[in-house]
Design a protein around this ligand. Structure first.
Ligand SMILES: [Fe+2]
Length: 147
């Protein structure tokens, strides 16, 4: 049984924890890609189908998806409705898990696979934590309120 203040603290804590960890994941992925492309020959870059990336960015990191669409802050969304936002977060975690699964199929490098497996598992944990938070929020919303 939660009161309003406790449920808000719990939800904010979960969002802060996971948001902070996601930023760390961006750093991990950036480091992974940097280590893979650092010192790569032009022939290796072409063989990896990274010629268009190299043309625009050289060996630098650039946040874009597999189709070359840049990451923008507009991907971060909120509706001010905790049930809708938590469902969106749950979907985002499953999509991230699926992308890590797909990336695992695209590499045979054991060290890259280790990193990808760890990141995939963290998305599963995030999904579980968002799911628990959604249950708490929904339980709170169903409680009779006395004002
Ligand atoms: Fe996540």
């Amino acid at each position: 049984m939660f009161n309003y203040i406790n449920i808000v603290k719990l939800a904010k804590g979960v969002l802060t924890d996971i948001g902070t960890e996601e930023l760390a994941h961006m750093e991990i992925v950036g480091t992974l890609v940097y280590k893979l492309i650092e010192g790569a020959s032009i022939e290796a870059i072409k063989a990896a189908d990274l010629g268009s990336h190299y043309a625009d960015h050289g060996r630098s990191l650039y946040w874009e998806n597999a189709a070359g669409v840049p990451w923008v802050a507009a991907y971060v969304s909120a509706t001010d409705d905790p049930v809708a936002d938590l469902h969106e977060n749950l979907a985002a975690e499953q999509k991230a898990r699926a992308v890590y699964e797909n990336l695992l199929h695209l590499t045979d490098d054991p060290q890259v696979k280790d990193v990808l497996r760890w990141l995939r598992e963290r998305e599963v944990v995030h999904y579980q934590r968002f799911g628990e938070t959604l249950m708490y929020v929904e339980d709170f919303m169903k409680q009779k309120k006395a004002f």
